[in-house]
Each structure stands twice: as structure tokens, then as C-alpha cells.
Design a protein around this ligand. Structure first.
Ligand SMILES: [Fe+2]
Length: 126
């Protein structure tokens, strides 16, 4: 099935936002786009750490009325993990130990309670 023919029910990334022009992202886009930190090169079958941060390039509020609710990590389209966050008492910085049999682009998805779901990516090499 091609990307274009998927319906929203079949696509977990449907409606996910990202910077329209990543090289010239606005402050609003920067404060919501997850930043994925991982080694550039990884070995199949060996654990490595992936840290996802939201609101560190441009600060995002972390208060009861406006905060990052959760962060998910995917390898390509494969779901790996999800962390629920609370305002004030937790920060939108999460480290996931990851081991992959197939190396794909890492995709982090985070939800702001006011501004929706945003995606950031990092390519990996074997
Ligand atoms: Fe927000």
C-alpha cells in the first residue's frame, strides 16, 4: 500500500505536524519538534541509548495548562515505546535503551496538550 492510499486509521502518523522547512523552522515549530539524539551509526542487535527532548532548542512551557503530555519512539513505522509525562514534576526529556534487528530512521512523536502532535526524526546507519 502506498503512503498516499493509507487512511488515517491505518497511519499512526496521520495529522502529525513537523517543521515545514526544517532548515528555517519557526520558534513555534522548534519548541514543539522532538529532537532525537542517538549515535549516527549503530550495530544490529546491540543496545544503544536514544534521548528525545522537546522544548530544549526553544523553551516549551511546562505548567498545568500547557505541557508535553507524552513522547513516543518509533523505528520507521514500528512502535518502540511511549512515556507519559506530567506538568511541572517531569521534564520532556526521555532516554530509551533500544536494540534493533533492522535499522531504520528513528521517529519521535510528542504531544503538546494545546498544540497537537509533532514529529522529529534521526537517520541511523549500520
Ligand atoms: Fe505547546
Amino acid at each position: 500500500m502506498s503512503e498516499e492510499s493509507k487512511t488515517c486509521e491505518q497511519d499512526p502518523f496521520c495529522g502529525v505536524k513537523s517543521a515545514k522547512d526544517p532548515a528555517n523552522a519557526t520558534d513555534f515549530e522548534k519548541k514543539h519538534t522532538p529532537v532525537v539524539k542517538a549515535p549516527d551509526q549503530v550495530k544490529k542487535g546491540e543496545f544503544f541509548d536514544v534521548t528525545v527532548e522537546v522544548g530544549k532548542v526553544v523553551p516549551h512551557p511546562n505548567e498545568a495548562g500547557h505541557f508535553i503530555q507524552w513522547i513516543e519512539l518509533y523505528s520507521g513505522d514500528t512502535f518502540l515505546s511511549r512515556v507519559e509525562l506530567t506538568p511541572v514534576m517531569t521534564d520532556a526529556v526521555v532516554t530509551f535503551p533500544v536494540r534493533l534487528d533492522h535499522v531504520h530512521t528513528l521517529r519521535a512523536v510528542a504531544r503538546c496538550n494545546l498544540h497537537g502532535v509533532w514529529e522529529g526524526r534521526k537517520g541511523l546507519k549500520e
